[in-house]
Ligand binder design. Structure first.
Ligand code: ZN
Length: 451
């Protein structure tokens, strides 16, 4: 047993990630990705924002009904209709969570919500109390927390804890914070807010200055025990903290970040590939951990070093994050097991019947072209699954542009391999809890999307 603190990984690929341009997904695609996130070992899946659209509602409902192990969260603004709708979508969940958010920075209060701090405080308190009356697991996010006056932020956090919040998430909504500054904010909350020791503090950092992962890690070092993140770091604008970078940093540099996560790291590459395939948005080639060049060594001196000993230039093995072993070439003598394994590495898990069909076609193809590369295999999967429905046609139509990226990855890996050898406290505000808590959807309609 080790006594390293366990960090809860809260994946918001299906909510914050899905908000990014070009990354929208349909219900079937979201369910498929949620299943992969479960295999990957995330602790919480934020499945969507149920009141935002019927499609979002349906996606949260379907995921809540099919994905059993992780907590399933639904997002809601701090108003009764949103919270009720989120709760409705979560009915079938084994472990439901309602995630309520409300902006707290002066600029958001004045320019967006047009409410006073007192009104904000009362609305947050009332919303959390209502959510808690429905669900035992309630998360609250003070949107734009990092640009909120710290004494006021402490006041809000203390109020929502008293109202029943079990997790308090501190969003750097606009990606403005610096690592030390963000860590200090988490520390300040721990020092000043009464009751904070009874809840989980969470980070939610955006990458506008490229600091989302660094900020999240700084938050953890200062006491946060949940990190919100996305596969491939997708999300609003420049994206969110990348799940794979957080998880692998904690693994590779456990000396500096001695924390545990539940991530099965060998599922990282398949998760990344599945997301890219579903959205049609390729992974940036030099993306840490999941980019096609992340383990490619081109410079001669590097290749020479890696061939002599991978540790000369590799701080982790490609296999540890599930990058296909490029030495395993699929051909007509490959068995069903090897085929199933490579399919899984590319983000496709099939049942027996489906695998039978793919295998039949694979043998015919292998007989004809001798070596079956990843892009050939993806074409085969596409052709087969269109008929049996594992992957919706709509997503497969998007595969075109990305298959080139997958092929590129395979080529880069093959090139490296062909060189031979192994690689391997402020008092709570006591103002009146007035009718600020909107009863009807529409009163604060103009601020969809948050945190
Ligand atoms: Zn966000």
């Amino acid at each position: 047993m080790n006594d390293r603190p366990r960090i809860t990984l809260f994946d918001t690929t299906l909510r914050d990630g899905e908000q990014s341009p070009g990354c929208s997904m349909n219900v079937q695609e979201k369910v498929r990705l949620a299943r992969q996130l479960e295999r990957l070992g995330v602790d919480v899946i934020e499945a969507g924002f149920p009141i935002a659209s019927d499609g979002d509602f349906e996606a949260v409902r379907a995921i809540a009904a099919t994905v059993r192990r992780p907590i399933i969260a639904g997002l809601a603004r701090a108003c009764r209709p949103d919270i009720a709708r989120a709760w409705q979508a979560l009915q079938a969940a084994e472990r439901p969570r309602i995630h309520v958010f409300l902006a707290t920075s002066d600029i958001h209060l004045k320019c967006k919500l047009r409410i006073s701090r007192e009104q904000c405080l009362a609305q947050a308190r009332e919303a959390v109390a209502y959510a808690r009356s429905l669900c035992a697991d309630v998360q609250f996010s003070p949107e734009d927390a990092t640009r909120t006056d710290i004494p006021f932020l402490c006041e809000v956090v203390e109020a929502v804890i008293a109202a029943g919040a079990t997790t308090v998430n501190i969003p750097d909504t606009v990606g403005y914070s610096m690592p030390e500054e963000y860590g200090q904010l988490i520390r300040a909350l721990r020092e000043k807010v009464s009751g904070i020791e009874d809840v989980t503090i969470s980070t939610h950092c955006h990458n506008d200055l490229g600091l989302a992962v660094a900020n999240s890690l700084s938050g953890v070092q200062n006491g946060a025990r949940q990190v919100e993140c996305t596969i491939n770091g997708i999300g609003e604008r420049a994206g969110n903290a990348s799940l794979e970078e957080i998880a692998m940093t904690m693994r590779v540099r456990a000396d500096r970040y001695p924390y545990e996560t539940g991530i099965a790291s060998e599922q990282i590459f398949a998760s990344s590939q599945m997301l890219a395939e579903i959205t049609g948005v390729p992974v940036q080639p030099n993306k840490a951990i999941t980019g096609r060049n992340a383990f490619a060594h081109e410079a001669g001196i590097h290749q020479d070093g890696v061939l002599k000993n991978p540790l000369t230039y590799e701080i982790m093995t490609p296999q540890s994050v599930g990058v296909p072993d490029s030495r395993l070439v699929l051909g007509k003598h490959s068995g069903r097991h090897a085929l199933a394994l490579r399919c899984e590495q590319l983000g496709h898990k099939f049942d027996r019947r489906e695998l039978d069909e793919i295998y039949r076609k694979f043998v015919v193809l292998a007989d004809r072209i001798k070596r079956v590369h990843d892009n050939d295999l993806i074409g085969l999967i596409r052709e087969t699954t269109n008929g049996i429905g594992e992957i919706p046609v709509s997503s497969m139509q998007k595969i075109g542009p990305h298959s080139a990226a997958i092929e590129g990855f395979a080529l880069a890996a093959a090139a490296a391999a062909s060189e031979g050898g192994p690689r391997s406290s402020q008092p709570a505000h006591q103002g009146p809890a007035t009718a600020l808590f909107p009863e009807r959807r529409g009163e604060q309609e103009d601020y969809l999307w948050g945190v």
